[in-house]
Ligand binder design. Structure first.
Ligand SMILES: NC(=O)c1ccc[n+]([C@@H]2O[C@H](COP(=O)([O-])OP(=O)(O)OC[C@H]3O[C@@H](n4cnc5c(N)ncnc54)[C@H](O)[C@@H]3O)[C@@H](O)[C@H]2O)c1
Length: 364
């Protein structure tokens, strides 16, 4: 059992990580939330495999309700949010409520937002069950729902009181979901250190096979990086932007595919394009570019870029949330762990990098 602390404005919260650590939940609940009424929201796919284990780990409580959530991005909706509020109100949950979210990023974002808003905020525990949620969405307090076709457009920063990452959940995660999560995982290699890059590059296949020792180490290191970044910049005014490496192109690609391609894969395409852009604008040497393209190449992704209209992608980028004054802002790289924030690039260089990324995915 490893503990990382996230330090935010006037408080801090622990992130526990380890294999089989779900059974540490009961003592933690006793410590943190002895008098709370529990509302436990579980993704239905997760419940199918793990509900008994979850119930056992929580144990008996004076008031407890389990709520199963329909899986899928559409669940991050106002309609579903209303259903959660209704269940809480109908069952007389008050300010002494502790909501426990057990699932991937969809569950965490929706349930987190319900905790942020119900009675102006009740306690929250995040138990991530996907790789993406373990290394990214469960930590840092971003909660949101989608609205009128806009992703994450309604939401708030609301930190959990605790995050518990038990890598055993990943055993039942479908391989494609797991591999997509790896997209966010490799992002951490670029933004942190050569050491983490080499570890991931040398062990890619073992991580992909979910080999326990290496997978747990990688999860712990990524969760620690995310925690550290959030502790330094809670509301994304500066440093937190480094987490967007690969995401300017990534989001544009994701939206051009009508959100049919998993976010994590789009981040991998995005990382490749942003490496090419870093080289094109002269901050990343050709030698390093070649070396740092190795890791995304290992995903052996199908080349979806062939089917996309680059002009359309560029238009998508113009609407990116990170833009300021109508300029497209990139997070670029001059070396591993050496990140440049708020870099502007011209249309020609942007399209050139798309084209280079397209060729790259054709040749692997
Ligand atoms: N809040 C943040 O900081 C943040 C960061 C990144 C992404 N996100 C959000 O996260 C969401 C994506 O999250 P995700 O990739 O975790 O997807 P997800 O929550 O949709 O889960 C993916 C699939 O795996 C299933 N599943 C989850 N855990 C499982 C398990 N242990 N065993 C078997 N099946 C399991 C789910 O039912 C679902 O079908 C997006 O909505 C995105 O906007 C939020």
């Amino acid at each position: 059992l490893k503990k990382i602390n996230v330090e935010v404005s006037d408080s801090s919260y622990p992130v526990f990580a380890g294999r089989g650590i779900l059974n540490h939940l009961k003592p933690q609940l006793k410590k943190y939330s002895r008098f709370k009424n529990l509302f436990v929201v579980v993704d239905r796919n997760v419940a199918r495999y793990h509900l008994q284990k979850i119930k056992k780990s929580i144990g008996r409580h004076k008031k407890i309700l389990y709520y199963e959530l329909k899986p899928g991005e559409n669940t991050k909706s106002q309609e579903q949010l209303k259903k959660l509020y209704s269940a809480l109100i109908k069952n007389n949950y008050g300010r002494d409520t502790l909501i426990i979210s057990v699932g991937g990023g969809v569950t965490g974002d929706l349930v987190g937002y319900s905790a942020a808003t119900y009675m102006r905020g009740v306690q929250l525990i995040q138990i991530p069950t996907t790789l993406l949620a373990a290394v990214d969405s469960s930590i840092g307090g971003k909660t949101a729902i989608n609205f009128n076709g806009y992703k994450n457009i309604i939401g708030s920063f609301y930190h959990p009181d605790m995050v518990l990452i038990d890598s055993e959940f990943l055993n039942t995660l479908p391989p494609k979901e797991y591999k997509a999560g790896m997209g966010e995982v490799i992002k951490y290699a670029y933004i942190s250190s050569p050491d983490l890059y080499n570890l991931m590059n040398d062990n890619f296949e073992r991580i992909l096979k979910k080999e326990a020792k290496i997978t747990d180490e990688i999860i712990l290191r990524c969760a620690a990086i995310k925690s550290g970044v959030v502790s330094n910049d809670e509301k994304e005014n500066g440093l937190r932007k480094i987490l967007n490496f690969g995401h300017t192109y990534g989001h544009a690609i994701e939206s051009a595919t009508g959100f049919k391609v998993r976010h994590g894969f789009c981040v991998v395409y995005g990382i490749v394009a942003e490496l090419f852009l870093s080289n094109k604008i002269g901050v990343l040497s050709r030698k390093k570019l070649t070396r740092y393209l190795e890791l995304p190449g290992k995903f052996r992704l199908k080349n979806i870029l062939d089917d996309l209209d680059f002009e359309q992608l560029y238009q998508n980028m113009l609407t990116d949330k990170k833009n300021r004054n109508g300029k497209i802002n990139f997070v670029l790289l001059s070396d591993l762990g050496k990140i440049l924030l708020d870099v502007e690039a011209g249309k020609r260089d942007i399209l050139y990098s798309f084209e280079r990324a397209r060729k790259f995915f054709n040749n692997i």
